[in-house]
Design a binder for this molecule. Structure first.
Ligand code: NAD
Length: 403
C-alpha cells in the first residue's frame, strides 16, 4: 500500500523531504535523523513495521506555480549533484493551487497559483476535490503543514466549536486562517493532519472536535528541530542536578524564505510564543522558586540573507550553583534548517499513518517528541523533556504494533 504525503507548502522543508526520500530509496544517500528509519523496537527495526520509503509518494499546494525541482534548486539546501540524480522525479511534482490570504503572510507577494475565489468553505471544497484526486488509486494519505508561518492570532469565537466554525467558513470569516481551511479539508476527508509551523491551525477546539468525531489523528505544533531541540535536552539535565538558572538568551540568524517571513513581527510572534513556552513547563519554577523563580528567557530570530538555510543559533545560559555562585554556558549550533526538519516530516507522516490504521483518532500527544509546542493530553499536561517524550513515543508505537 502506498502512502502519499501531502504538504501545504512546496518550500525548502518539503522539497528536502521529497528529495531525501527519492535519494535514499535509490541507495544514493542515508535518511539520517529519522527515528522511523533507524530506530528499533524490542530489537526489531521500526522501518520493517511501517510504510517503506519505496511506497511513499507526494503531493503539495503552494501559492506560487512551479515544480519541486524549481523550488529545491531555489532553496539551495541540496547540492546540484544530489538534485541531478532525481531531477525527473522532482520535476513531476507540481504545486497545486493554494488556499492563501496575504493578510496572514505579508512577506509573500505576487502569488500566481490560487484556488478560485469564494468563501472559505468553497475553497475547502476545492482542497477536498484535490485530496480525492490524490487518493484516486486507493493510496492512504497524510497531510503535514509545511507552509509559511502565519501571523499570530489566537483562537476566537469562530473557533470554539464545529458548528460555529462551519458557519464562519461559509461566511468567509476573516478570523479563519488558510491553515485551518487545509486542516478542515483534511479531517473531513479522513486524512490525518500535523501542523509543522507555530501558527494556530488544527489546535482549535472546533477542529479537535472534528478530529475526534471522524476518528482522525492530529498532532502539532511547530517542528522541534534546532535550538529548541537542544534546549529540551539541556534544561531537564540542569534541573535533574538541581542547578539554578537566572537567564536564558537565545538568538538565531537565518537567511531563507522562512527567515524572511519570520522577519515580520506578526509572524515572528507565532514563533516566539512556541519557543518561549518551553522553559516554564520544563523547569516548573513554582515547584523550585529558589532555582527558577526569577528566570529571564528571551528569544530572537534575525533575518540574515548570507546564511541561507544554514541557521546559526546561539544560547547564553546564566546558571548558578552551590551558594548561588554564577556560571555561564554558551551553545553555538551551526545547523541546517531543512536538513533537520525533513526527517521529522517523514517520521510524522509514517507515525500518523500508523495511528490512523490502528484506529486512533483525535490528539496524538505521544507525537510531542517532534514539536516545540506539543498539544495537551486529556489531563491538560504538556511534556517538553525530550527523553520523557521519547519514552512516550516508543510506548505508543509498541502498543500499536502489539509487541
Ligand atoms: N526548518 C525547520 O527547522 C523548521 C522548524 C520548525 C518549523 N518550521 C516551519 O516549517 C514551515 C516550512 O519551512 P520552510 O523552510 O520550508 O519554508 P519556505 O518558506 O521555504 O516554504 C514555505 C512555502 O509555503 C508556501 N505557502 C505559504 N502560504 C501557503 C498556503 N496558504 N498554502 C500553501 N502554501 C503556502 C510558500 O509559498 C512557500 O513556498 C515554516 O512555517 C517554518 O516556520 C521549520
Amino acid at each position: 500500500m502506498t502512502l502519499r504525503i501531502l504538504t501545504p507548502g512546496l518550500g525548502a522543508v518539503s522539497t528536502t523531504l521529497m528529495a531525501g526520500v527519492m535519494l535514499a530509496r535509490r541507495g544514493l544517500a542515508n535518511p539520517i535523523g529519522s527515528v522511523t528509519e533507524y530506530g528499533t523496537i524490542d530489537g526489531r527495526p521500526l522501518k520493517d513495521e511501517l510504510v517503506s520509503l519505496d511506497d511513499i509518494t507526494f503531493g503539495a499546494w503552494d501559492p506560487y506555480k512551479g515544480s519541486a525541482l524549481d523550488v529545491a534548486k531555489r532553496s539551495s539546501v541540496l547540492s546540484a549533484e544530489h538534485l541531478a540524480e532525481i531531477s525527473d522525479e522532482l520535476a513531476a511534482i507540481e504545486a497545486r493551487p493554494a488556499v492563501f490570504d496575504q493578510s496572514w503572510v505579508e512577506a509573500l507577494e505576487d502569488v500566481d497559483n490560487l484556488v478560485a475565489p469564494g468563501s472559505w468553505m468553497d475553497q475547502a471544497e476545492a482542497l477536498m476535490a484535490d485530496i480525492n484526486a490524490f487518493r484516486a488509486n486507493g493510496e492512504r494519505l497524510v497531510m503535514v503543514w509545511c507552509a509559511s508561518t502565519e501571523a499570530y492570532r489566537p483562537a476566537g469565537p469562530a473557533h470554539m466549536n464545529l458548528n460555529d466554525f462551519e458557519r464562519a467558513l461559509k461566511e468567509g470569516d476573516p478570523s479563519i486562517a488558510p491553515s485551518q481551511v487545509y486542516a478542515y479539508a483534511a479531517l473531513r476527508s479522513g486524512v490525518p493532519y500535523a501542523n509543522g509551523a507555530p501558527n494556530v491551525s488544527v489546535e482549535i477546539p472546533a477542529l479537535v472536535e472534528l478530529a475526534e468525531r471522524e476518528g482522525v489523528p492530529i498532532a502539532g505544533k511547530d517542528f522541534k528541530t534546532g535550538q529548541t531541540l537542544i534546549k529540551t535536552m539541556i534544561a531537564p539535565g540542569l534541573r535533574s542536578r538541581m542547578l539554578g538558572i537566572r537567564g536564558w538568551f537565545s538568538t538565531n540568524i537565518l537567511g531563507n524564505l522562512d527567515g524572511l517571513v519570520l522577519d515580520h513581527p506578526d509572524n515572528f510572534r507565532s514563533k516566539e510564543v512556541t519557543k518561549l513556552g518551553v522553559l516554564d513547563e520544563l523547569l516548573r519554577p513554582d515547584e523550585l522558586p529558589d532555582l527558577y523563580g526569577n528566570l529571564d528567557h528571551a528569544v530572537r530570530i534575525n533575518y540574515y540573507p548570507p546564511r541561507g538555510d544554514d541557521k546559526e543559533g546561539w544560547d547564553n545560559i546564566d546558571l548558578f550553583g552551590w551558594l548561588n555562585y554564577p556560571m555561564q554556558l554558551k551553545i553555538d549550533f551551526l545547523c541546517r534548517d531543512s536538513i533537520l526538519a525533513a526527517p521529522v516530516v517523514l517520521d510524522l507522516a509514517k507515525l500518523l499513518d500508523l495511528a490512523s490504521t490502528s484506529g486512533r483518532g483525535g490528539v496524538q500527544e505521544w507525537l510531542g517528541f517532534y514539536f516545540k509546542s506539543p498539544m495537551e493530553d486529556q489531563d491538560g499536561h504538556i511534556e517538553h523533556a525530550l527523553f520523557e517524550q521519547e519514552a512516550q513515543l516508543y510506548s505508543a508505537i509498541r502498543s500499536m504494533l502489539g509487541s
